[in-house]
Write a protein that binds this ligand. Structure first.
Ligand code: ATP
Length: 532
């Protein structure tokens, strides 16, 4: 991470942690059971922080990328896309600051050789104090019921005030130490507050040292340091070094943007939380080049625009929030995260950064090549300023699926209750748009007709034909993978060429002529509705 810290004291209402963990476990299990995500190299007991996307996972991921790409590139006449190589000249990473400053503070436990990030240990300590406050609030809310005044309680309860002061003291020291790059002070904080390995309780720590997060490899034909290559830790630099190539070849005028989707690699010290923090992941980044001095206006524009993008797919507003950075990374003059409420709490989903002219100027200096734009309106050359939007595709996937996975109780007409797991993903993003199911699998007439319908629909959508179980089981399976429509072929279909079409969310079934299916599905799964 480049130094960039967020405001600490939490403002959201406390949640029950055990419930959050349960929900997270359900999401992870669901992803495996239904072929969304598998642990990488599972037959060899897995490789930590690397994951493979299964058949439904890859469809959903592709749809997320398409939604992002179309909203950025197709919907903006002044944004164009590129696909740069993962390998870049090693000087790129010197200029960008990654060689010298893309570090995390590393600390080892001498008793068990477990490796930690010192910043996360300290933040975890503050988080624990915050949880104690949360518990006090929950207790008090139960005790005082309708008379409970949370603001007053937070300001006046001696225990809570004590915890809050402690959080402030520890975080002030932490922010200063991180800002100064003072590893000795980070170790001192860990010792002063007796912070232990959360699992074993051991406090036998090594010193804190900086650990560079870039993976390196070697060029085949050059030995030693000179042949050292890095796997890109962000896609943005491929955009910066191509800035003039793109501007000249597409005759773009400032302001304009360059978008890119691609893999990035970070040797994260501690990578837990499933696909939230991976060592190989995918980013969707857009660098918007603007006139110096106009960057704050564009920063505001992109902040609002990106929030709307998240809301358009139905993510509830209360699960999204902005979180301004207090201490800015070396390249930024403003930065904000869009945070999503994952099952383990509010965490960064996307970053919007005003990156000034830092990157272009650094590449210009180190390469000796001009990276300037001639502004015909001002009749002058300058290095443009940049506003960046950067979102992890995998984190977006996790946000989507954690928000969409629901367990519902259904009551049949006879009053019998049952539960279903349903993925309420926006139809435009759903991996499978429509499933075609024969009411009975041993009836040739039904099977043939269903297969014909499937064949026709598959020209337009990603569809599925399934006859592997009873109709009730087939519906449940489609609910679990988020298919918005199920078409059922029954005996009536053979007589009058009509089928039933079942809506995943309302469970309503409508009888429609076969030739109308395509239009009904198309209307709901069209991405167009997300863009308006
Ligand atoms: P964090 O503070 O969580 O480490 P960051 O601030 O370092 O993230 P950026 O460098 O701003 O992240 O990267 C932009 C986006 O890329 C993030 O908002 C996130 O969605 C995604 N991202 C970053 N690191 C990872 C990772 N290790 N695994 C998955 N996605 C990631």
């Amino acid at each position: 991470m480049f130094l960039s810290l967020r405001t600490y004291l939490r403002e959201e209402k406390p949640k029950d942690m055990s419930q959050q963990n349960e929900q997270f476990k359900k999401v992870v299990a669901h992803c495996k059971e239904y072929g969304f995500i598998f642990q990488s190299s599972e037959v060899y007991d897995g490789l930590s922080a690397a994951y493979d996307y299964g058949p439904y996972g890859v469809e959903l991921k592709n749809n997320i990328k398409e939604y992002w790409w179309r909203s950025m590139v197709q919907m903006h006449e002044n944004i164009v896309g590129i696909d740069a190589a993962i390998f870049m000249h090693p000087k790129t990473w010197k200029a960008s600051g990654h060689v010298d400053a893309f570090n995390d503070p590393l600390i080892d436990n001498k008793d068990n050789n477990r490796r930690f990030r010192a910043d996360q240990l300290i933040e975890g300590y503050a988080e624990k104090l915050q949880e104690k406050i949360d518990k006090e609030v929950i207790k008090a809310r139960k005790r005082f019921k309708d008379n409970f005044d949370e603001t007053k309680f937070l300001a006046e309860s001696p225990r809570v005030v004590g915890y809050r002061e402690q959080i402030k003291t520890v975080m002030d020291r932490f922010i200063k130490a991180t800002g100064d790059g003072d590893m000795v002070e980070l170790k001192a904080i860990i010792e002063d507050y007796e912070i232990a390995d959360p699992e074993t309780g051991s406090r036998n720590w090594t010193d804190v040292r900086q650990f560079n997060l870039m993976f390196s490899t070697q060029l085949g034909n050059i030995a030693g340091e000179e042949g050292k290559l890095y796997l890109r830790p962000e896609t943005a630099q491929g955009i910066f070094v191509n800035f003039l190539n793109v501007q000249k070849s597409t005759r773009q005028k400032i302001p304009f943007g360059i978008a890119q989707i691609g893999k990035a690699f970070r040797n994260e010290i501690v990578a837990r939380q499933f696909i939230f923090r991976m060592r190989e992941f995918e980013q969707m980044e857009m660098q918007f080049f603007v006139r110096p001095g106009s960057e704050m206006q564009w920063y505001k524009y992109w902040k609002e625009s990106r929030m709307k993008w998240h809301e358009a797919i139905g993510t509830p507003a209360e699960k999204l929030r902005f979180h301004d950075h207090d201490n800015l990374a070396h390249y930024a003059n403003a930065a904000v995260d869009i945070e999503f409420e994952f099952p383990f709490g509010f965490k960064e989903l996307e970053g919007i950064h005003s990156r000034t002219d830092f990157d272009l100027t650094s590449h210009q200096e180190l390469s000796g090549k001009k990276l300037q734009y001639f502004d015909p309106e001002l009749n002058e050359n300058y290095v443009p300023y940049v506003v960046e939007t950067s979102i992890g595709c995998d984190r977006m996937f996790l946000a989507l699926i954690s928000n969409a996975l629901q367990e519902e109780t259904l009551t049949s007409t006879s009053g019998k209750e049952s539960t279903r797991e349903v993925l309420k993903i926006h139809p435009a993003l759903a991996p499978v748009k429509v499933a075609v199911l024969p009411l009975k699998r041993n009836e040739d007439g039904l099977v043939n007709m269903a297969k014909d319908i499937f064949k026709q629909l598959s020209f337009s959508f990603n569809c599925q034909y399934d006859d592997t179980g009873s109709i009730g089981k087939l519906y449940r399976r489609q609910d679990a993978i988020g298919t918005p429509f199920c078409v059922t072929v029954d005996f009536e279909s053979l007589d009058d060429n009509t089928v039933t079409i079942r809506d995943r969310d309302t469970l309503e079934q409508e009888r429609v002529p076969i030739e109308k299916i395509e239009a009904i599905v198309r209307d709901r799964v069209n991405m167009k509705q997300l863009f308006s």
